[in-house]
Design a protein around this ligand. Structure first.
Ligand code: SF4
Length: 404
């Protein structure tokens, strides 16, 4: 179907982070963040590797102490030893200016810095400390994300914007004032960074909030007021389905309006949960909105009273897991395999039709149907599977399709 009902991507200045380009027409980049203690070099390198292998194209680590800054070059070399060139982003707050000065090897090993202008000090100190971070970025030729967060907005700036609003002949509501303060903080900090000498092609902006409607409004306004590359993310999105739904709702609207050059999905990890889930959700948002393709997607019906077992759900889940695990090899060897579509359907009501729309589809027997599973390849019925090894034979058909 045509997608010309959607706006073009917003024009933004491209920013290079090592070999990854953000903005300037490049595909939207997926990034994530570790939750390990960065001082633990091994645990952090292992988690960065896990995120990178899941598909995170950049990984951010917090750099909050001297020991964390000291660990950064070691984390970088461990990743290099694993053959992973994923760029590392250093997340700096109150003491970032000191850490990049005291630990130049850390400043050099990072591919990009994230600076929160609300968390670099107050008054004159804030200006000095912000300047040191930007001067360091200039010295080592590093890009910077100026990341404003409504939970840590500069109180002096907020007071100034509120005061201006109160004196205005047309005062705005509190939500509007907050959005304006976030955007003002990002744009004034970016202007200051440029004055210090950081090029526009080294600046990325973000203005994160935790409400879906607020996030959409703030980014629409920010996108209209500048051409810096934009990092999107709903902060404190939450756990489980709530976090996924809220992030998807907010980011999908913006991405389909052409806004956003890199995304991070901030999910609260469930106990024992896999951190790479946020990477998979980010990829799936980009893939289901038609912006990028990473892994063949499996369409599956929800099941109903016509299905007498959970077999088709198990097959759908196992085939999605299988293609995801195979992608590391397939991506290298077979061009365009990520665009392949698969369908696993629970009976013949919608099964054959949906299966014909996919590159490969299977329609499993529903209640009362003959125990056979027709398979469709590129819209044509290819074979009928039966017996105990339907899953294995279906995987083999997928393998053969990829290899031809
Ligand atoms: Fe139910 Fe069949 Fe539709 Fe699946 S395809 S939801 S099993 S009727």
């Amino acid at each position: 179907m045509s997608d010309n009902t959607f706006p073009q991507r917003r024009n933004s200045v491209g920013v290079r982070v090592d070999d990854i380009k953000i903005g300037g027409g490049a595909p939207v980049v997926v990034q994530s963040m570790t939750n390990t203690d960065t001082e633990n070099e091994v645990a952090t390198a292992v988690q960065v590797a896990q995120l990178a292998r899941a598909g995170s194209e950049l990984v951010r680590i917090t750099v909050n102490t001297a020991a964390a800054a000291q660990a950064v070059p070691g984390i970088r070399s461990r990743l290099d030893d694993m053959g992973l060139d994923v760029p590392l982003i250093g997340d700096f707050h109150f003491n970032g200016h000191k850490l990049v000065t005291d630990f130049p090897d850390c400043a050099k090993a990072l591919a990009k810095y994230r600076i929160n202008p609300g968390n670099v000090g107050h008054g004159r100190k804030r200006d000095e400390q912000f300047s040191i971070l930007i001067e360091t970025a200039c010295k080592y030729n590093k890009p910077v994300r100026i990341g404003v967060n409504w939970g840590s907005l500069d109180p002096e700036l907020l007071a100034r914007v509120m005061d201006e609003n109160a004196r205005s002949s047309d005062p705005k509501d509190a939500a509007h004032v907050m959005r304006e303060a976030l955007i003002t903080s990002a744009l004034e900090s970016a202007a200051r960074a440029e004055e210090i000498g950081l090029g526009r092609d080294r600046i990325i902006l973000s203005c994160k909030v935790s409400g879906v409607r607020d996030l959409i409004s703030v980014y629409r306004d920010l996108a209209a007021q500048c051409d810096y590359a934009l990092h999107l993310g709903l902060t404190e999105a939450g756990m489980g389905s709530k976090g996924i739904v809220a992030s998807t709702a907010a980011l999908s609207v913006l991405l389909l309006e052409g806004i956003g050059d890199t995304i991070r999905i901030s999910l609260t990890p469930e106990p024992g949960g896999d951190r790479s889930r946020e990477v998979i959700v980010a990829q799936e948002i980009l893939q289901t909105t038609g912006l990028r393709a990473f892994v063949p997607l499996v369409a599956a019906c929800p099941g109903c009273g016509r299905t007498t077992s959970t077999y088709f759900q198990e097959l759908a889940e196992s085939i999605q897991g299988y293609v995801r695990s195979q992608m590391l090899v397939w991506r290298e060897e077979y061009d365009g395999v990520e665009n392949m579509t698969l369908a696993v359907m629970g009976c013949v009501v919608n099964g054959p039709g949906e299966s014909k729309h996919a590159n490969i589809g299977i329609s499993l027997p529903g209640s009362g149907e003959r125990p056979v599973a027709p398979v469709y390849v590129d819209g044509q019925k290819s074979v009928t599977l039966k017996g105990d090894n339907i899953a294995g034979e279906f995987r083999q058909i997928v393998d053969e399709y990829v290899q031809t």
